[in-house]
Design a protein around this ligand. Structure first.
Ligand SMILES: Nc1ncnc2c1ncn2[C@@H]1O[C@H](COP(=O)(O)OP(=O)(O)OP(=O)(O)O)[C@@H](O)[C@H]1O
Ligand SMILES: [Mg+2]
Length: 1002
């Protein structure tokens, strides 16, 4: 009911909005008529004139106002150019295929263009010509010279559309670029410099990460801002892809995973479980044969808990009686409110795996197997309880209590890490299948996008899962990698000043677009009525029967020369159909990730009489299949889906490969009770009953309008669940996103700064007073710590301050801070006066970038751990997200303070040139020189000694005698000290606890 009302409102609102845009369309057409009399040059001159005019308007808002004003005429110009190309039968090649231009924008396309210009989503049915629609707003917005981007789902479409639509832009005098996966940075920069740039979402996203998180000079950056983007197949990119963030990883210094170590044991454990489950299944078969259906059902439910993809289980689910017995057993276990029986059942297995929630859990037996004698090694201690006990213990001093707590905390962390490793391995073994979720290539695990069947090189599952799969497959575990930079697709696209999208299937996700991206959807009517006939689903008991029926249907079409497109949900299924067709000697092509190169040719032929093309559902997304001669008389292209997809959109996309632009065409989906969707989301249950009533025979199918509904209900359930998961991912990433923005902005400010010294001085002005306060503005019971401050000053800066010279007691806290700031800046001016000015500038930038990058990466690492950690805390009835937010905030404050301290720390330890360094040494206060300079530091010198060496270039001086010429020297005295416990005495010698001294968070 609510849905219906909503639809009513949405529907009429959409109509109202479109109605309001209609006059613009009329105006465009009015303006286009007189343009037809202009010469090519005169038409092209409009582009240049507008560009020049807009360049003179500085503010973006004012430019936008002007764009709105010139929209009708600009669109008319684009349409007119299309007309000219059409009239001339302009010929060219696209992806090496010859083509002739034959399109002039239809009115509905003009309408779509207006919607896109306004930063909304245009839902235009598949085959309506969205590629051409995008030319209108791209042309208009590119006139600002800020760069307009068009985002596609794959490299092939980026190239196809750039080469195809490029004809039009070229004619009008705009430049066009196209980003492809294998391009070098300098090529990329050229492409981004063009007026309009086509490329895939991940290339755009990775370039963003490289530019902002890794480049250290302007010259290394390739992008030039985020002004306007149109996302093609917007539902695929902003919704389906949104589940895997883009991650650039690199070497790490810390390696924590233990997958190698556990792999052998897990291997054995999984094998034991398989044997156990097979045994239980055989027992169940016996029981069923004896007529003891109830026991049989219970036994099989146990198999389901332990090995959801057990072969016998799958076979048994084909049988309606047995399926019902198993489902009944499951229900009765879950119905028991105390779940005692369920727990008991789980304990009979080594571990349990939940396919739906993707979770795994060890049982007592399993724990014992992995760590005999210490089953508790895999149980998370109850920290809260333990802490309370420690607090209540009268025999412990405060310090001892703190220490005991720290120790328990560490113990708990280690346990958590171990549990996490094991559970990821179990998931890798039991839920991730080779050639379905991933393929092995060049000894690497490459993720296969479950929606498109395309490989996603460079992407990794997060949270250690990738390493777990690598361990399982016995390929090189990328042990040394950690996240260097990461962003979710959602947050990348939120960077744009204006974002628009287009797709054939947005409506079912309109709410999500609105909530998360503030994108509204306008549904544009089709140019001509859609002539496609969507048949009811054919439903079979088993996969085998289903595929046989599919092959029969293909054979029929093939013999009457109707072209067929077969859509599958996975690469594996594509290959299965392909094998079956080979056996039947039916010639066919396979379009999936593995044959990327021939894609364009295959698509070009797919509409020819008698052609059979197999494609993963979405490898075909966006592809345009043209009908061959006489094919229309045979009913056009016939689309067969071999499985219903989790989301309804994807099914609609597949159907949309046929009946484009008013062509004839038809589609049908084939479904079986063994399909994942049917098994996991309950649709099978109701249908089993119906099937029994009709007494179905082998190979026979069910078909009814109502049954389609039933399947769709299951799909809706999955869509809802996936939405919640995405929303959750985003909630977490939002926290990181804010931090990333701060850090990247600071980084770019540093890279762009002409006077990096002002940034350095800002750091001094902020960090020094904080430090001074820490030492001198003591809490109630503490004395100002003058010695500590003096030590810190002398270990960080080569000031050579003595107690007598410092006279800290004679000043207030603020005065002392100002006093030190003055001294430090003076020393710094003296140091840099010996160096060459531009060299100093790049050194200063380097000092900041170095500190930011190193600590930011460490921070990312810690954030990952935190994210894992808060889920474990979920057990303590706290909301993980809130916990995550609070702690992430604290960690970020600490990060910023650490960056400043690191900059201070390296300020005097870096120099741009050896001569300058020696000159500087000569000016140092004498006592420092005497005490520390003569001996070069050896690697194992006590940390504090090394810190006292005022200049890091020492090692270079000693090791490389002739060190003439320009060089950048940097002393990485990073973490030379062992990590200090928060309650231990501070290593700076102040005599206070570390947490109240150098370890204190600013
Ligand atoms: N104005 C036009 N006049 C004639 N043909 C057109 C026009 N616009 C588009 N077409 C043709 O319609 C076909 C489909 O175009 P296109 O691939 O851009 O559709 P689409 O909306 O992007 O579909 P999908 O949702 O599948 O990506 C193409 O063959 C194109 O040449
Ligand atoms: Mg398209």
């Amino acid at each position: 009911m609510v849905g219906w009302i909503l639809k009513k409102i949405l529907g009429s609102r959409n109509q109202r909005e479109l109605k309001r845009m209609m006059p613009i369309v009329r105006r465009i057409n009015e303006l286009e008529a007189p343009l037809q009399n202009l010469s090519d040059e005169a038409l092209r001159a409009k582009t240049a004139a507008w560009k020049e005019e807009l360049a003179k308007i500085p503010a973006l808002e004012d430019q936008w106002k002007r764009l709105d004003e010139i929209l009708p005429e600009a669109f008319a110009v684009v349409k007119n150019a299309a007309r000219r190309l059409s009239d001339r039968k302009h010929s060219f090649t696209v992806c090496d295929q010859p083509m002739v231009w034959n399109m002039v924008h239809f009115d509905v396309q003009l309408l779509g263009g207006v919607v896109l210009h306004r930063g909304r989503i245009a839902e235009m049915a598949t085959g309506e010509g969205k590629t051409l629609v995008a030319t209108l707003p791209l042309y208009l917005n590119a006139l600002t010279g800020r760069g307009a981007h068009l985002v596609t789902v794959n490299d092939y479409l980026a190239r196809r559309d750039a080469e195809w639509m490029g004809q039009l832009y070229d004619f009008l005098g705009l430049t066009i670029g196209c980003i492809q996966h294998d391009q070098e940075p300098n090529v990329r920069r050229e492409q981004y410099a063009m007026d309009i740039t086509y490329g895939t979402n991940s290339e755009f996203g990775f370039d963003y990460l490289r530019d902002n998180g890794m480049a250290t000079t302007r010259e290394q950056q390739v992008q030039r801002g985020y002004y306007y983007a149109i996302v093609d197949e917007v539902d695929s990119i902003l919704i389906d892809e949104a589940r895997t963030p883009l991650i650039i990883s690199g070497p790490t210094t810390i390696s924590t995973h233990q997958y190698d170590k556990w792999k052998a044991l897990i291997d054995q454990l999984v094998r034991k479980q398989t044997m156990l489950c097979n045994r239980v299944a055989s027992e169940a078969i016996e029981k069923f044969e004896q007529g003891d259906v109830e026991t049989g059902g219970r036994l099989m439910f146990k198999v389901k808990l332990g090995q959801p993809r057990n072969k016998q289980l799958l076979r048994m689910m084909e049988d309606p009686d047995k399926r019902r017995a198993i489902d009944k057993a499951e229900l009765s276990f879950y119905a028991d409110s105390r779940k005692e029986e369920l727990f008991a059942l789980k304990e009979e297995l080594f571990f349990t795996i939940d396919e739906k929630s993707n979770e795994s859990d060890l049982s007592e037996q399993g724990r014992n197997f992995l760590n005999p004698g210490d089953p508790n090694a895999f149980v998370l201690p109850d920290l809260i309880n333990e802490f309370t006990e420690i607090d209540l213990d009268p025999n412990l001093s405060d310090d001892e209590k703190e220490r005991a707590k720290t120790e328990r905390q560490q113990h708990c962390d280690a346990q958590a890490e171990r549990i996490h490793n094991i559970s990821q391995l179990l998931r890798a073994y039991c839920l991730f299948e080779k050639d379905v979720q991933y393929v092995i290539e060049d000894n690497k695990v490459v993720i296969v996008d479950e929606f498109t069947g395309r490989k996603m090189p460079g992407r990794r599952w997060s949270d250690g899962l990738h390493q777990a799969v690598e361990a399982k497959e016995g390929v090189q575990i990328d042990r040394e990698t950690q996240t260097l930079a990461t962003i979710t697709i959602q947050n990348y696209f939120r960077l744009y000043q204006k974002l628009a999208g287009m797709t054939g299937t947005a409506e079912t996700e309109a709410a999500e677009f609105h909530d998360i991206y503030k994108l509204d959807v306008n549904v544009i009517p089709t140019n001509r009525p859609v002539a496609r006939k969507d048949h009811n689903d054919h439903i079979y008991k088993t996969r085998r029967e289903k595929y046989n029926a599919v092959v029969n249907e293909i054979r029929d079409c093939h013999s009457k020369e109707q072209p067929v497109l077969v859509g599958t949900v996975s690469v594996e299924a594509s290959e299965l159909v392909s094998r079956m067709l080979k056996r039947e000697k039916i010639p066919h092509n396979v379009l999936n990730a593995k044959f990327h190169m021939q894609e364009a040719e295959i698509v070009a032929r797919a509409g020819q009489p008698g052609t059979v093309t197999i494609s993963t559902n979405m490898a075909g997304r966006g592809t345009d299949i043209k009908l061959g001669d006489r094919v229309a008389d045979r009913g056009g292209l016939y689309v067969i889906g071999t499985e219903r997809h989790e989301a309804r959109r994807i099914d609609r996309q597949l159907r949309g490969r046929c009946a484009r632009q008013g062509d004839p065409g038809a589609s049908r989906f084939y479904v079986s009770f063994e399909d994942d969707l049917m098994r996991n989301f309950g649709a099978a249950d109701r249908m089993t009953r119906i099937m029994e009533r009709f007494g179905l025979e082998e190979g026979q199918e069910l078909e009814h309008r109502w049954l389609n509904k039933s399947v769709e209900t299951a799909q809706k359930r999955v869509e809802q669940r996936n939405y919640l998961i995405r929303k959750r991912t985003l909630d977490f990433d939002d926290v990181m996103n804010m931090q990333r923005e701060v850090v990247y902005t600071y980084r770019n400010e540093t890279i762009d700064s002409e006077e990096p010294r002002t940034l350095i001085y800002e750091v001094i002005d902020e960090a020094v007073p904080a430090k001074v306060k820490e030492y001198l503005a003591a809490e109630r019971d503490e004395e100002p710590n003058y010695t500590g401050l003096l030590n810190w000053v002398n270990t960080t800066f080569p000031l050579g301050l003595t107690k007598e010279k410092a006279q800290f007691e004679t000043r207030t806290v603020d005065e002392n801070a100002q006093f030190l700031i003055g001294k430090i800046k003076e020393a710094y001016e003296r140091k840099s006066s010996h160096e060459e000015a531009t060299a100093v500038k790049s050194l200063e930038r380097y000092i900041i970038l170095n500190a930011v990058d190193r600590l930011w990466q460490e921070h990312l690492y810690a954030m990952d751990a935190l994210r894992e950690g808060v889920y474990l805390r979920g057990y303590a009835q706290k909301d993980p997200l809130i916990e995550y937010k609070t702690e992430a905030y604290d960690m970020f404050v600490e990060l910023m303070a650490n960056i400043k301290n690191e900059v201070l720390h390296n300020l005097f330890r870096s120099t741009s040139n050896l001569q300058a360094f020696e000159n500087f040494l000569a000016t140092l206060p004498q006592f420092l020189l005497r005490e520390h300079v003569p001996t070069a530091p050896s690697a194992n010198a006590p940390a504090r000694d090394r810190q006292l060496q005022p200049v890091g270039a020492m090692a270079a001086v000693a090791g490389d005698g002739d060190g003439a010429g320009e060089m950048t020297l940097d002393l990485p005295i990073r973490r030379s000290m062992p990590k200090v416990g928060r309650n231990e005495p501070c290593p700076c010698g102040s005599g206070r606890k570390y947490k109240n001294c150098c370890g204190r968070v600013a």
